[in-house]
Design a protein around this ligand. Structure first.
Ligand code: AQP
Length: 328
């Protein structure tokens, strides 16, 4: 069975971008693959986090996985820092990477633009991500388009290791949605929807109340003209809303265009809000039930045990291949 690995940072409230770009595929893949889904808290601290908020968000992300339909009987759900082998292989990957290739990472450039004090963790983030994936010898990584470059680096590091020390790692492939691999901000369609954006009107949080969702969509920027037409170049804002609609209503982009032919943006936006609410309301209900039960503690413990068994084996092999002296 092919193996799948992915994770999300507990660096804020999860957004519809995280859901469409990643979590929907987590659920889709778990029936026919061996899946490992983690909450990547070690990545979140590459920028400063308030300790109480980090604890709350870490639990919240794990509960959202369950609420969205990730099934702990099929998938290992765990917290990255509960499997210390990630940090150990992360260091080893850092020693394989070159400064130049890390400096080329778009996400690093975006997150550090205009800053003078840049945390070193932000710079080496992709080497820890490479370790996260390679430690499970994952075949597939469900991610949004923004993570594709990091995945390419992961493949390069795996190949470098294999060449130097002998065949050890499988080369992972990205698994992305065809439409909506990059959901854009509601207030600026040139930026991706991001949970750490300081403007909450730029994203729909998975836990936003229905009325908040309706208000945010009503306010979302559109393009000039009034045609509901998918054209990411000329009509970036409306195309983004069409992608969201298509995902939430479970229809194609062409079907969305057909439904709103000659109707303008008003009705389209109203219906879009209702489709988003219809997806998120039941998810929120399940989320509240999960948070109110003791289920999460058990799921995360079992998930970490399953993940550790695989991760520790990989790290032991890597260290042996590299010539680390084993403990007596
Ligand atoms: N806007 C998006 N469209 C499609 N996919 C997205 N993802 C994130 N935003 C979008 C996918 O969600 C997964 C988790 O991402 P992450 O939390 O590890 O980091 P990120 O990509 O940096 O996500 P955010 O929301 O933008 O977080 P912050 O603001 O903390 O940096 C990944 O698979 C990502 O592709």
């Amino acid at each position: 069975m092919a193996r799948v690995l992915s994770g999300i940072q507990p660096s804020g409230q999860l957004t519809l971008g995280n859901y469409i770009g990643a979590i929907q595929n987590f659920v889709k893949l778990q029936d026919e693959h061996e899946c490992f889904y983690m909450v990547v808290d070690l990545h979140a601290v590459t920028v400063p986090q308030d300790p109480a908020a980090l604890r709350e968000q870490t639990e919240s992300v794990a509960a959202l996985y369950l609420a969205a339909g990730v099934d702990p009987k099929k998938s290992a759900i765990f917290i990255q820092s509960h499997v210390p082998a990630h940090a150990e292989l992360g260091w080893i990957m850092t020693t394989l990477a070159y400064m130049g290739e890390l400096e080329r990472m778009t996400q690093y450039k975006e997150k550090t633009a205009g800053k003078t004090s840049i945390p070193a963790g932000l710079f080496v983030y992709p080497t820890l991500m490479a370790a996260d994936i390679l430690i499970y010898n994952a075949d597939l990584v469900p991610v949004g388009d923004d993570q594709k470059q990091h995945l390419e680096l992961t493949r390069d590091l795996a190949e470098r290791f294999n060449k130097r020390y002998g065949e050890t790692f499988r080369l992972p492939e990205p698994y992305m949605p065809k439409v909506g691999a990059r959901i854009m901000s509601l207030d600026d369609p040139t930026k991706k929807m991001s949970k750490s954006n300081p403007n909450p009107n730029s994203y729909i949080a998975l836990l936003d109340e229905p009325d908040v969702i309706r208000r945010k969509i009503a306010r979302a920027v559109t393009d000039s003209g009034r045609e509901v037409k998918y054209d990411p170049e000329a009509k970036a804002a409306v195309s983004n809303l069409i992608s969201i609609y298509a995902h939430c209503a479970g229809v194609t982009v062409e079907e969305v265009e057909r439904r709103y032919e000659g109707q303008g943006y008003g009705q389209f936006k109203k219906d879009l809000a209702e489709h988003v609410v219809a997806v998120l309301e039941p998810l929120q209900k399940r989320y509240r039930e999960i948070r109110g039960s003791g289920e999460l503690v058990r799921v995360l413990k079992e998930g970490a045990e399953r993940a550790s068994a695989v991760a520790e084996r990989t790290v032991a092999l890597v260290k042996e291949r590299m010539g680390f002296l084993p403990p007596a």
